[in-house]
Design a protein around this ligand. Sequence first.
Ligand code: NAD
Length: 362
Amino acid sequence: MAQKYRITLLPGDGIGPEIIAVAVDVLKVVGQKFDIQFEFQEALIGGSAIDATGEPLPKDSLEICRNSDAVLLAAIGGYKWDSLPSHLRPEAGLLGLRSQLGLFANLRPATILPQLIDASSLKREVVEGVDILVVRELTGGIYFGQPKGIFTTETGEKRGVNTMAYTESEIDRIGRVAFEASRKRNRKLCSVDKANVLEVSQLWRSHITQLAQEYPDVELTHMYVDNAAMQLLRAPKQFDTIVTGNLFGDILSDAAAMLTGSIGMLPSASLGSSNPGVFEPVHGSAPDIAGQDKANPLAQVLSAAMMLRYGLNQSAAADYVEKGVLQVLQRGARTGDIISPGMNLLGCRAMGAALIQVLEEE
Ligand code: NAD
């Protein structure tokens, strides 16, 4: 009997509707090939939700997300809503969704596709073969720790304060996501911290080390964050899966992603313990090219592949989609953001059609 999944689609704003349409077409092909039945339900978020309901994350949308197996999000935001107060801006919808679904783990792969190697700003021999997954803690650490704020001291001077704090249970749950994710890859996990200076990192390191006993098949190493930043640029191929806290992860995941050089190709996943995960491209709503059939839909398609792998445990289907993306690039298909001489310039829809053709031939 076919496996059934309820998928919430959040097209959002800008290029969102154009790129999510391609991902849905891809999932329909996946459904046929792997005997999976996807039931899609669309909901509003971001600027389009503000226009329709006055709120960036309407209650109905949140309920639909909660009642699904996974959420596929495109992107939110645009010039039109930039002057609204911050709690009514499109971004508030995204932050609200992440916090309401308790998404504490953010997974960002940085994979160099051989066909796009020249898009990287680093030398070919440094980046060729890079395939890294950064697992970042998303709801704790210095962005949320108390006390925080700008206070006035007894001498009348202002003092800004943030607190980096992690409890054992917070370290435990992100650690488990990272060990499990590394099992779906090459079983090598590097935990990044600043344990030479920070007590919070000392607890992090000792707890991750303790957790490793439950994952004897995964090789665990530790690295200080300053060294990790250096090593990512010097010899990125030494990394497979990286796990780290919120602040370090914020910085390192951007650095790792840029090894690949192309924003239209980068997917991400945000996972919680029991609620559905949210799968979305790293890029924004690209209002400058919205509605012009110029967007690269591949980050959205690769986000759907992450949904299959990490949200629905359908690794073979995820492999199939990722291979299809490689194959369509191999045949020379390129959108404007990744075009190079001699390649075939396609719009968003035509790239989708070329990918579907490849997948159907597989
Ligand atoms: P952006 O990622 O939308 O665009 C940056 C540049 O990359 C633009 O030139 C754009 O045309 C290009 N680009 C992005 N995605 C592309 C794609 N798939 N194909 C081809 N080109 C692509 O970032 P920005 O311009 O800083 O932000 C635009 C809006 O998106 C803002 O309102 C911002 O708040 C929002 N935003 C949303 C998210 C999200 O939904 N997660 C993330 C970042 C920015």
